[in-house]
Design a binder for this molecule. Sequence first.
Ligand code: TZP
Length: 209
Amino acid sequence: MKPDLDLSLYLVLDPDLCGGEEGMVATAVAAVAGGVTMVQLRAPKWKKRQWVSAALALKAALGPIPLIINDHIDVALLVDAAGVHVGQQDIAPEMARQLIGPHKLLGLSTSNAAHLAAVPLDIVDYIGVGPVFATGTKLDASPVIGLAEFAKLMQAKAIPAVAIGGIGLGRVAALRAAGADGVAVVSAICGQADPQQAAQALRLEGADV
Ligand code: TZP
């Protein structure tokens, strides 16, 4: 069975902002206590052995909260993660699905109307859409979309979508109102003094809509 998909508050863990593997696990556990509904491990600078170690630790710590592995399908299979998230330059969704089988979640990053139109709806479970706002976290991110364009993309979407990029308190309600099924954040939780409280506040703002 595929894990349930709840994109309400999706934490993307970055070891640079979260204090390495130990910091990431502690942050994820606190953030889940604060209402995070999905967790993704994303560590572009890491070697594979670090990926496996952190993925195993997160899988053990997260319990029923789905752990999604960015890009590294072998790591996802090895630790029996809930799913995989791929970008436009990663292995194609059709091939990713072939490798992970029918019972894992598959996410795909998108950043414009052409990407959205090309999403294979029978293969992908959700899309990330962004960066909606400027972000200092992903230096090679696509151009910023902005809220108005994001809302247009949401009108055309035919699949659950999570907004990403520069999202913090004060931006969640507008994104949900524009049609996002949830928000994905890195710096609004990772590296915050109190990740549980940070998650709680983001969750509350999303719930108001
Ligand atoms: N993809 C598009 S923007 C981004 C990713 C992984 C980084 C978002 O980080 P932050 O700190 O929430 O702006």
